[in-house]
Design a protein around this ligand. Sequence first.
Ligand code: SAM
Length: 289
Amino acid sequence: MSKDDRQDLSGWSVERLHDDHAQALREDAVLYDSETDHQRLRVIENPTFGRVLTLDGVVQTTEGDNFIYHEMLSHVPILAHGSARRVLIIGGGDGGMAREVLKHASVEHVTMVEIDPGVVEFSKQYLPNLSQGAFDDPRLRLVIADGAAYVRRTEDRFDVIIIDSTDPVGPGEVLFTDSFYGHAKRCLTPAGILVTQNGVPFLQGAELTNTMRAFKALFADWGCYLATIPTYAGGPMALGWGTDGAARKITLPQLTERFAAADIATEYYTPEVHLASFALPGYVRRLMP
Ligand code: SAM
């Protein structure tokens, strides 16, 4: 390797989620670095992305680009559903997903099941721009528990369930199993929609195929849609979609009307982007079971 290849990466946060691909973010400051009961939690300051939260060295969310992921995993199912009153978020400890879901005045109740209270307490203090007061919204009920155990035991039903988890390593692993998806489906109302964080298919193709195989067995309408988040390295991220309802039959005029009526500010989501996000390129389509 030439000298240039052996760059000094001290002062950089290096993510090694994948065996042969890494990403590095310059650390202008390390604002926090500690182990919780479940994972190593760090926040760094980066000139481009602002504050960056990593769990076990993997980027979870950044002040700079979180809007893309949180808008697409919340507004797509809620606006497609059309009358979502009760929403369940599994994970989401930084509060960004709750922030976007609670923008919908039509949503009456949000249950958020987060395994690590350290992420919530920490994010309130170090990443207030993520939650923007969501944790104080009276519609939000925070449950500290394993999401897999919660869906097995709850008798509550939800119109939209959002799996905003870490990757399938560590505590997040149970949230990528057939058993979990089956129990999550049980918690949906008849036309309810389940959406999932399903990794970057160019680097995590098997993860998407596994989830889609489970969704194919569980739902009348299953598939995924795409959004590109710069700090989820490797190209577009796949967001899993499963429902027995007809939400995907919505037309652009209907969606445009719903979006206008919702009267919410977005930086990435538009009705056109919503519908276009379900158009899959060949390499992703070939990962479908
Ligand atoms: N946007 C990120 C992504 O796409 O990877 C996810 C962000 S959010 C911080 C992920 C959350 O999932 C973390 O707070 C983590 O503690 C939580 N989590 C992981 N496993 C969990 C489980 N089994 N039950 C509930 N929450 C879990």
